[in-house]
Design a protein around this ligand. Structure first.
Ligand code: NDP
Ligand code: MG
Length: 394
C-alpha cells in the first residue's frame, strides 16, 4: 500500500514534535509532505533536514528568508513558501492525504478549514479552530467527505468508546452521556484568594501533561475543559446537557461514554499525547506509539470529583457560550486568547482572565458566523473589546 503523505501544521510545537516522533517510527507508512511553523526557525530547520519534506511553510517573510538560506546552504531540496496563503496551500494540496492541525489558537483556522474543504484526513489538535467555526467547519467536513479524527486526548477517548454507527445516527445510538475527564490543573486545591497572585510559571507547571504555554494556562483556569465541551458538541453532535465534566486528578481515564443500559466505556492510558496521535495516524489500524504500558499497580487508585464552577468560572462561561450559540463561542475563544496572552505577559492577573471573558461576552453579541470572513470579523471585534477590558484591569 502507498504511504500516507502528511502535512504537519505547527510542526515545532508540543503536538507537532510528538507527531513527528510517531511518524519517524513508521517510515514504511508515512512520508512528510510539508511542515509549518511560526518563529522557531532552528527547530524547523532541523525537522526539514531530518524529514526532507517537499515544502516548509511560514507566514512571516523574514522567517521564510532565513530558513531558505539555511536550507540552501545545507543542500536541502525543501522549498520554503511564505505568507498566510502558504499555510492554506500546503494544507489543501492535492499531493497531501493527511493534515495534522496543531497550530495553537485562531491562527490555525484558515488552513484547517481549507483542509476540511479539500476533503483531507484531518487530525485535529487545534480545538480553538473548531470552537471558533463550529457549524461552518462541520458543514465543510460533511460536504467534502473529509475524515475528522480527534487528537485532543479526551475526544480521542470518546471517539474510541463510541459505537461506529454513532456518526450516522447519534440519536439512535443509545448514548446517554459523554463524560469528559479533567485533571483540575495545577490549582485544583488552591484557595481562591491565593489564585490572585499566581504567576505564569506556576500556571504552566501542569501536574500530568507537558504542553504549550497557552493550553497550560487554559488548563489552570479550566477554560481548556470549557473549550473541550464545545469541541465535543461539534465533533459528536451532542447537546450541552449530554456533556459532563468529571475531575479526575490522575489523568489515567481520558474520557468515558455512558450508554442507556448503564454501561460506561472508558479509554485509559499514560498521559502521553503520542497515544492519541498514533491512534489517529494509524486509524482504523493500531500502530506502535513508543509509549510504555500502563502500570495499574503503580497508579493503584483512580479518584473523581465534581468540578468547582465557582473556583473555575471559565468552565461556566464556556457552557454559557455553547448554550447561547451563534458568535458566543467565537467571542469566548478570542477574549480568552487575548486574556491568556496578557496574563503570560504579566499585564493581567490570573483571576482577571475570567472577568475579561465575561465582560467581552456581555458586550459583543449577535454577530453573524456563517462564513470564514464573518467569523474572522467576530473574532477581531471580540479581541478589540477584550483588549479594552484588559487595559481597564491592568
Ligand atoms: P505549542 O505552543 O507548543 O505549539 C504551537 C505551534 O503553532 C508551534 O508550531 C508554533 O510555531 C505554531 N504557531 C504559533 N502561533 C502561530 C501563528 N500565529 N501562525 C502559525 N503558526 C503558529 O502548542 P501545543 O502543541 O501545545 O498545542 C497546539 C494545539 O493543540 C493547541 O490548539 C492545543 O489546544 C492543542 N492541544 C495540545 C495538547 C498538548 O498536549 N500540547 C493536548 C490537546 C490539544 P513556533 O513554535 O515556530 O512559533
Ligand atoms: Mg485535552
Amino acid at each position: 500500500p502507498s504511504r500516507q503523505r502528511i502535512t504537519v501544521l505547527g510542526a515545532t510545537g508540543s503536538i507537532g514534535v510528538s507527531t513527528l516522533d510517531v511518524v519517524a517510527r513508521h517510515p514504511q507508512h508515512f512520508e512528510v509532505f510539508a511542515l509549518s511553523a511560526h518563529r522557531n526557525i532552528d527547530l524547523l530547520f532541523e525537522q526539514c533536514m531530518r524529514f526532507a519534506p517537499r515544502f516548509a511553510a511560514l507566514e512571516l517573510p523574514a522567517a521564510a528568508a532565513e530558513l531558505r538560506t539555511r536550507l540552501a546552504d545545507a543542500g536541502s531540496r525543501t522549498e520554503v513558501l511564505e505568507g498566510p496563503q502558504a499555510l492554506i496551500d500546503v494544507a489543501a494540496a492535492p499531493e497531501t492525504d493527511t493534515v495534522m492541525a496543531a497550530i495553537v489558537g485562531a491562527a490555525g483556522l484558515p488552513p484547517t478549514l481549507a483542509a476540511a474543504q479539500a476533503g483531507k484526513r484531518i487530525l485535529l489538535a487545534n480545538k480553538e479552530a473548531l470552537v471558533l467555526s463550529g457549524a461552518l467547519f462541520m458543514d465543510a467536513v460533511r460536504a467534502s467527505g473529509a475524515v475528522l479524527l480527534p487528537i485532543d486526548s479526551e475526544h480521542n477517548a470518546v471517539f474510541q468508546a463510541l459505537p461506529e454507527r454513532f456518526e450516522r445516527n447519534p440519536a439512535a445510538s443509545g448514548v446517554r452521556r459523554i463524560l469528559l475527564t479533567a485533571s483540575g490543573g495545577p490549582f485544583r486545591d488552591t484557595a481562591p484568594a491565593e489564585l490572585e497572585a499566581v504567576t505564569p510559571e506556576q500556571a504552566c507547571a501542569h501536574p500530568n501533561w507537558v504542553m504549550g504555554r497557552k493550553i497550560s494556562v487554559d488548563s489552570a483556569t479550566m477554560m481548556n475543559k470549557g473549550l473541550e465541551v464545545i469541541e465535543a458538541h461539534w465533533l459528536f453532535g451532542a447537546p450541552a446537557e449530554q456533556i459532563e465534566v468529571v475531575v479526575h486528578p490522575q489523568s489515567v481515564i481520558h474520557s468515558m461514554v455512558e450508554y442507556v443500559d448503564g454501561s460506561v466505556l472508558a479509554q485509559l492510558g499514560n498521559p502521553d499525547m503520542r497515544t492519541p496521535i498514533a491512534h489517529a495516524l494509524g486509524w482504523p489500524a493500531r500502530i506502535e506509539a513508543g509509549v510504555r504500558s500502563l502500570d495499574l499497580f503503580e497508579i493503584a487508585r483512580l479518584t473523581f470529583e465534581r468540578p468547582d464552577f465557582e473556583r473555575f468560572p471559565c468552565l461556566a462561561l464556556a457552557y454559557q457560550a455553547l448554550r447561547e450559540g451563534g458568535a458566543a463561542p467565537a467571542v469566548l475563544n478570542a477574549a480568552n486568547e487575548e486574556a491568556v496572552a496578557a496574563f503570560l505577559d504579566r499585564r493581567l492577573g490570573f483571576r482577571r482572565i475570567a472577568e475579561v471573558i465575561a465582560a467581552t461576552l456581555e458586550r459583543v453579541r449577535a454577530l453573524p458566523v456563517d462564513s470564514l470572513d464573518a467569523i474572522l470579523a467576530a473574532d477581531g471585534r471580540a479581541r478589540q473589546v477584550a483588549r479594552e477590558e484588559i487595559r481597564n484591569r491592568s
